[in-house]
Design a protein around this ligand. Structure first.
Ligand SMILES: Cc1cc2nc3c(=O)[nH]c(=O)nc-3n(C[C@H](O)[C@H](O)[C@H](O)COP(=O)(O)OP(=O)(O)OC[C@H]3O[C@@H](n4cnc5c(N)ncnc54)[C@H](O)[C@@H]3O)c2cc1C
Length: 412
């Protein structure tokens, strides 16, 4: 039997805030056939299972919970004339905008003039963190816990330990509280929490001991979690904490499995797609927006990014790709700079992302420098912590015609 072929102007992979915002913008710009595809049964992305506020303040001028926000995003896109196809999983990205898609009715091919990849991020699960111990029941990530509880009303444990202190770890404490769970401890290997002050007040308020300088060594239990063994990183002292579950939080990584299996260039630093300042990937038919670009931004940021890239795709369709042959300069970051997005800039081109976005891998103080062998293009003193957004206005960088690559590094 011949495979069904669907032809569209723009296909968007991922019905989260970034994908839906881009789709709505494209329709508002008059692009005819815009389809959003998502593997889940409903659109809305991660916010569907973040059962807490605040979402949507800048987008809808209301304080919404995640599920309310997700519904508003889908409704807004459908009203604008977007086709949202759920239970559609993209299984392959091919050159020039051809997609292989698994649907409830079998495999189909989608031929799109442009494709936007907006597949978001995921937390690092236990398997990838190389934690010793057997594989007992009761180990999740925040995302898995939230979808179990908010989407299915299930809870896998009663007294879990929360590992990590990124913002999402505090979200897992809220989820635990809503689900009637009693977390026994929140563990952080560093000497301070990763999220901003005053997040540390939440565990205090909820009666959850926050253990800093504490490392998870082993998960105990054979069929079910019975406890964890932890070590104080300063004193070396070990202790056992009794618990019946472990929630691994944060350590986000872009959901770039599809891109890694494809011809598209993936940036080893960010773990996401390699883009220029218009969100364009290494194949000019493909664009990317939202948390697939880097771990991790808020829903509001992803929405605005999706909306912007949607607008640039509309420009691109109107212009029939006049920009794709313009020379680009590649930015290469060096430790402790963890990532820079976008990774390529078209020199002297106005429009697109207004800022380079950087992150560092550890607390740093020093001179942040962007240069090539001949010239320093940008330099500024910074003092910052991991997971904090650093923004550099692209217009602040000098004109760099003839330059192929620039180093982004820190002189400490
Ligand atoms: C556990 C967790 C909790 C979070 N909590 C918050 C919070 O409280 N507040 C906040 O602002 N941000 C939170 N975030 C950050 C969150 O990622 C962003 O808020 C926002 O959802 C990012 O939007 P996005 O559109 O980039 O991606 P997502 O919302 O992640 O949407 C991506 C979509 O792509 C789909 N997809 C992926 N691969 C495929 C494929 N091959 N085929 C078809 N569909 C595919 C997924 O099903 C998903 O629906 C959280 C993230 C996580 C992981």
């Amino acid at each position: 039997m011949n495979k069904k072929i669907m032809q569209v102007d723009v296909a968007i992979i991922g019905a989260g805030p970034a994908g839906l915002a881009a789709a709505t913008r494209l329709r508002q710009r008059g692009v005819d056939q815009v389809v959003v595809l998502d593997r889940e049964a409903e659109g809305g992305g991660i916010p569907r299972h973040c059962g807490h506020p605040p979402f949507g303040m800048r987008e809808f001028y209301s304080v919404l919970t995640g599920p309310q926000y997700a519904k508003r995003l889908v409704a807004q896109a459908i009203t604008a004339g977007v086709r949202v196809l759920t239970r559609h999983t993209i299984t392959r990205l091919l050159k020039g905008g051809e997609l292989e898609v698994a649907t409830p009715d079998g495999l189909i091919t989608i031929m799109a003039k442009r494709v936007l990849i907006a597949t978001g991020v995921r937390e690092t699960p236990r398997s990838a963190r190389l934690v010793t111990g057997a594989r007992p029941l009761g180990i999740t990530t925040t995302g898995a816990l939230q979808s179990m509880f908010y989407l299915k009303g299930l809870v896998p444990f009663k007294r879990p330990v929360v590992i990590g202190t990124e913002l999402v770890a505090f979200s897992s404490i809220m989820t635990a509280s809503n689900a009637g769970l009693e977390p026994v401890a929140m563990i952080e290997s560093g000497s301070r929490i990763t999220a901003r002050h005053p997040c540390e007040l939440l565990p205090l308020f909820k009666g959850v001991p926050l253990l800093l300088n504490t490392e998870l060594e082993e998960i105990l239990g054979v069929t079910k979690v019975e406890g964890v063994s932890v070590k104080n990183t300063k004193t070396g002292e070990r202790r056992l904490i009794e618990c019946d579950g472990v929630i691994f939080t944060g350590q986000f990584t872009p959901e770039s499995t599809l891109a890694r299996m494809s011809h598209l260039k993936v940036d080893p630093a960010s773990g996401g797609l390699h883009i220029n300042q218009f969100g364009r990937c290494s194949d000019p038919a493909y664009f990317a927006a939202g948390n697939i670009l880097r771990p991790v931004e808020t829903a509001g940021w992803s929405y605005r990014e999706g909306r912007s890239v949607g607008g640039w795709i509309a420009d691109d369709l109107e212009r029939a790709s006049s920009l794709i042959h313009d020379p680009e300069v590649t930015l290469i970051c060096e430790d402790p700079i963890k990532l820079v997005v976008p990774q390529r800039i078209i020199s002297g081109q106005s429009g697109g992302f207004t800022h380079l976005q950087l992150r560092v891998c550890r607390p740093v103080t020093g001179e942040l420098i962007i240069e090539n062998d001949d010239k320093t293009f940008w330099q500024k003193k910074i003092s910052t912590l991991p997971e904090r957004r650093i923004l550099i206005p692209i217009t602040d960088l000098d004109y760099f015609e003839g330059t192929k690559s620039l180093r982004v590094y820190l002189k400490e």
